[in-house]
Each structure stands twice: as structure tokens, then as C-alpha cells.
Write a protein of this length. Structure first.
Length: 381
């Protein structure tokens, strides 16, 4: 595979959005004809400030005291199962996210069109949120000290929704519904500022939205291909978007210009359905064939290692942990956890099950996997 860097960045046009408010107070985003060549200057300044802070601290980043070690991960076994989540028909959890502020809580999306918030400390579903008309593709939590927690979802129904907890009732209510994309929403990523969210779509565009007032800030010009996955670099200035023809587009988030293209040189075309940046920002993990994943060194703009998973393995999700010590791949034959740099396989999880999603828990002490209607937690016995 070859990483081609485009030094001459070009401007793109974007569509700004206009809001309407539904009867229940939910803000709905629709398209307008306004044009803008880049993000507003105040937003760019905020992104640049965040980038400067995070990139300078990156050189000093080390695993926190007490964080899981490779030797610990090797001992992980299934310690708990939360069964019967979501509806039995159509069954299946499609997406999973874990709270950083309340590590006992996790958010799921399902084939049943519902978003659920679950608390393992009380064994209760805290919220069961409706509003989508097709399966949920992605869920996320926006958590920031001093700000309200937001629950986000993106669906195959071409819409994205945002909920928050009502102070008076304690119930989660819909704040925002995005309807401006004309294709299935394939990616959802919270920007490192915690002030913005980025969505990608099969309509060949991505959009950026303000999480304080829910205004659409940026809409990319249509690409040549649909976007099938999305991630934002941990320093906040780059977006990576996968395509159904094996390529990955890298965009400068401030201008929408293509910064680089990752293109396979040979092999059967495949859909790049998942991407992950390492927390230190140096590496990106992505499928590089139907049954293997590649680790890309962003400093050298090249693939440093490819991990074969077996001819029958099909990748569902890839993930890094918060310390960049471990990487994970889930698929139709379970999940595998590898040590970064040595690429040693540390543990295989549920090898006979289809795992739709996998996330690392607090301090890397737990690994949560979604399979069928269950979330299983792996850790030290």
C-alpha cells in the first residue's frame, strides 16, 4: 500500500445548515444554499489552540500509574455478561461506547433502532431512546467537566440524534436531529475540543457541528466515493475517512482540503469499515484487506506492519486503547488483542462468535464486547 501526500491543498465548498424546531423542542438541521470555503475563524482558532496543547503534551504521554500491562491482558477472561439488551427482533447490538466519567455506564445502539444507556453498578437500563427508523450505526458520549453529557447516535436512516438529561425530570430528551445528509450516516466522532462532532455519510460528504448550539459549521464538497467510516486525529486537525474501494482519505479539518490518500497497491477491493488513531497520534489502524489490518506510522507516512487474521476472518471494528499500548480487532470470528510495537497476540475473545463492537474500559482493566444481544466484559478473574 502506498501513502501519497498531496502538498498542494485545495479549498472545498461547503453547505451551511439552518435549524427548525419541532413540536417537542428537538432542533432539526436541514440544508440551505449558503456557501463557505472553510470553518469560521473562531472555530479554526479553537482547533489550533487544542492542537498546540495536545501535540506538545504528546511527547510526555505515558501510561497512567496502575494501567493494565501486556502481562495482565494475557490473563483476561470473561468475567461478566449483560444479557437481553435491546429487542429480540430484530436482534443485535451494532455499536458500543463506554463512559469515561462514569466507567460503570455504557451506551449501545441496536438493530432495533433504539439507543440504550446501561449502568453495570445497578444492573439497570438508565435510558431507552427512540427516534431512529432504521438500525443504529454508531453511538458516542460527549463528556466534559463542567458541561452536560450528551448521548449521540447515527443511523442507517440518514439521521443523527443528540440527547441530554433534563434537569427537572431526570429523563433524557432529544435536543437535536440532523437530517441534512442524503445517505446513510457511516461515521460519528467527537472532536478533541469536545465542542464539535463530525459525521460522515454514504452521500460522499462529511459535516461538522457545534455541540453547544447544534449549528452546522461545515459541509464538505462531495467526494468521488462514499465515506464508509470516520475518525478524528487525537490532536484535532485531521479527519480520516474510509471508502468502499479500499482507500482512506485524510482531510485537513480546518479547510476541508485533501491532505493525503491511502491507496492499496494490490489485492481484492474491500470496504474500509473502521479506523482508529492511537492516542499519542503517531499511528493509525485500519483494514488493509478483507482479512488483515495494517498499522500506519503517520510520521513516516507508511505502513509499518500488517497483521493477517485468517482467510475466514472479516473485520467489523478496530480500536486502540487510551495508552496506545494495545490494539484490537473484532469480527465474525471473535476478537483479538495485540501488543503495540511487538504485535504479539495477547488474547483471543469469544473466538466462535460474531463480535460487532469492542471497546477498552477504564485503565485498560476491562474490555467490553458486543455480540448478539449481549455485552460481555473481559478482565482479570
Amino acid at each position: 500500500m502506498k501513502f501519497i501526500l498531496f502538498r498542494a491543498l485545495t479549498n472545498v465548498q461547503v453547505s451551511m445548515g439552518m435549524n427548525s424546531v419541532s413540536a417537542d423542542g428537538d432542533v432539526e438541521m436541514t440544508e440551505s444554499g449558503a456557501k463557505e470555503e472553510s470553518l469560521p475563524a473562531s472555530v479554526v482558532a479553537q482547533i489550533d489552540e487544542t492542537h498546540a496543547t495536545l501535540s506538545s503534551a504528546r511527547k510526555k504521554r505515558k501510561a497512567p500509574v496502575g494501567y493494565a500491562t501486556p502481562a495482565e491482558v494475557k490473563t483476561y477472561t470473561a468475567t461478566r455478561t449483560i444479557p437481553s439488551l435491546h429487542s429480540a427482533s430484530p436482534a443485535g447490538i451494532t455499536s458500543l461506547a463506554v463512559s469515561r466519567i462514569n466507567p460503570s455506564q455504557f451506551l449501545t445502539g441496536g438493530n432495533d433502532k433504539i439507543v440504550q444507556l446501561y449502568d453495570t453498578s445497578t444492573d439497570k437500563v438508565l435510558a431507552s431512546l427512540k427516534g431512529h427508523s432504521k438500525k443504529i450505526n454508531h453511538v458516542a458520549l460527549r463528556e466534559n467537566v463542567g458541561e452536560r453529557t450528551l448521548l449521540l447516535s447515527a443511523g442507517a436512516d440518514k439521521i443523527a440524534k443528540i440527547w441530554s438529561q433534563d434537569d427537572a425530570s431526570g429523563e433524557y430528551i432529544a435536543n437535536y436531529t440532523l437530517r441534512s445528509h442524503k445517505g446513510e450516516i457511516s461515521g460519528l466522532a467527537i472532536h478533541p475540543t469536545s465542542a464539535f462532532v463530525v459525521y460522515s455519510s454514504l452521500d460522499r460528504t462529511y459535516s461538522i457541528h457545534d455541540l453547544n448550539n447544534f449549528q452546522q459549521l461545515f459541509r464538505s464538497a462531495p467526494s468521488d466515493e462514499p465515506f464508509t467510516s470516520l475518525q478524528v486525529h487525537p490532536d484535532g486537525t485531521l479527519i480520516a475517512a474510509g471508502t468502499p474501494t479500499s482507500t482512506i482519505q485524510i482531510f485537513d479539518i480546518r479547510t476541508g482540503a485533501v491532505a493525503a490518500t491511502l491507496t492499496p497497491s494490490e489485492g481484492t477491493p474491500f470496504t474500509v469499515n473502521s479506523l482508529a488513531f492511537s492516542e499519542n497520534g503517531y499511528h493509525m489502524l485500519a483494514p488493509d484487506s478483507l482479512s488483515s489490518v495494517s498499522i500506519w506510522d503517520l510520521r513516516k507516512t507508511k505502513s509499518t506492519y500488517s497483521i493477517p487474521l485468517g482467510d475466514n476472518f472479516q473485520v467489523n471494528r478496530v480500536a486502540y486503547d487510551q495508552s496506545a499500548q494495545f490494539l484490537a480487532v473484532s469480527g465474525n470470528h471473535g476478537a483479538r488483542i495485540f501488543a503495540h510495537k511487538s504485535w504479539e497476540e495477547l488474547v483471543r475473545i469469544e473466538k466462535d462468535h460474531d463480535i460487532s463492537e469492542l471497546v477498552f474500559g477504564e485503565q485498560g482493566k476491562e474490555i467490553l464486547v458486543a455480540t448478539g444481544r449481549e455485552v460481555k466484559i473481559w478482565g482479570s478473574a
